[in-house]
Design a protein around this ligand. Structure first.
Ligand code: SF4
Length: 299
């Protein structure tokens, strides 16, 4: 594989940073940094269906959403450096603990090392590998993952360029996310389940409804209904947006939870369009659901 880290173009920022000597917008150099690896019980029921997803949280992020609940690792880079061999061993150890799958969270900026780690152990895992991403991806990077990823779990966060520019410094977010999600659904193919109801292939598109943005949410739902085949993707509509202290001053409109009316109107739109998937209780909107990044499960 070409050495992408020396002039990085892994995500739509295309910084061309030399990550051996510095960092790009994602804040990370060429070594994988991860903040936690554990069995995560609270993903969608087809993802955490028995013992929990074998989740690995990577540090750094190419989006930097202003309301990020994982700020400690996405911006502050809390975590531990891992070689591809150590990362492969983390995957094996999660499997040995009974993980339902291996779930890679915010993996985009480490794709080359993740591929190296999966080359070492993918054949031994015997459980699906999930790519859980904020959706700001290049279709070319998704193509590199062919044969390594069984299930894609992308967010589609925004439709409007104004909203994505304001909250994630990415006016071109939807332009890239929409193409990447099409590439993911094509690559992962139809939704397939094991005998226990666990998803083994396909795509789960997630969308978090933001305060004041239900019309943007409905446009996303409309786009999914028109562009993504029903047999290839489930849609998870999330209502647990949590207003953190740090957004209140600069983004006062984000300093509240979403209302029941906002959430239900998005769910109703999905129902009208025959979209299948999951909804999530608004009452789970609480800071206590933010994971504790204590580096457990890493070497
Ligand atoms: S992965 Fe990081 S360094 Fe590479 S293009 Fe994206 S933001 Fe820049």
């Amino acid at each position: 594989m070409e050495d992408i880290y020396s002039s990085c173009t892994l995500c739509p920022r295309r910084c061309r940073a030399d990550r051996y000597s510095g960092t790009g917008f994602c804040g990370t150099g060429a070594a994988v940094i991860a903040a936690k690896a554990y069995l995560h019980q609270w993903e969608e029921p087809c993802i955490s269906y028995r013992n929990g997803a074998g989740t690995v949280f990577f540090s750094g992020c190419s989006l930097h959403c202003c309301y990020c609940q994982n700020n400690e690792i996405s911006n502050l880079l809390k975590g531990k450096m891992l070689t591809p061999r150590q990362l492969a061993d983390v995957f094996l150890s999660l499997r040995d603990k009974g993980a339902d799958n291996i779930e890679l969270v915010t993996p985009t900026h480490f794709v080359p090392d993740i591929i190296k780690a999966l080359d070492m152990v993918k054949h031994k895992l015997g459980i699906p590998v999930i790519y859980n991403t904020g959706g700001y991806e290049l279709a070319e990077t998704i193509d590199m993952l062919k044969g390594y990823i069984d299930i894609y779990m992308p967010d589609i966060k925004y439709f409007s360029p104004e909203v994505s520019a304001r909250y994630s410094y990415a006016a071109d977010y939807f332009e890239y996310a929409s193409q990447a999600v099409k590439a993911m659904t094509e690559q992962a193919g139809e939704l397939e389940y094991n005998s226990e109801g666990g998803l083994i292939s396909g795509t789960v598109i997630r969308h978090l409804v933001l305060p004041g943005q239900r019309h943007d949410s409905m446009k996303i739902i409309g786009w999914i209904a028109e562009n993504i085949p029903r047999e290839k993707a489930l849609v998870s509509i999330m209502g647990q947006y949590t207003p953190f202290e740090f957004v209140r001053e600069k983004y006062p409109e984000l300093s509240r939870r979403i209302t029941k009316m906002e959430y239900n109107s998005v769910l109703r739109r999905a129902e009208e369009l025959g979209i299948e998937g999951f909804s999530q209780e608004r009452r789970s909107a609480s800071e206590k659901y933010v994971p504790d990044f204590d580096m457990s499960g890493l070497f």
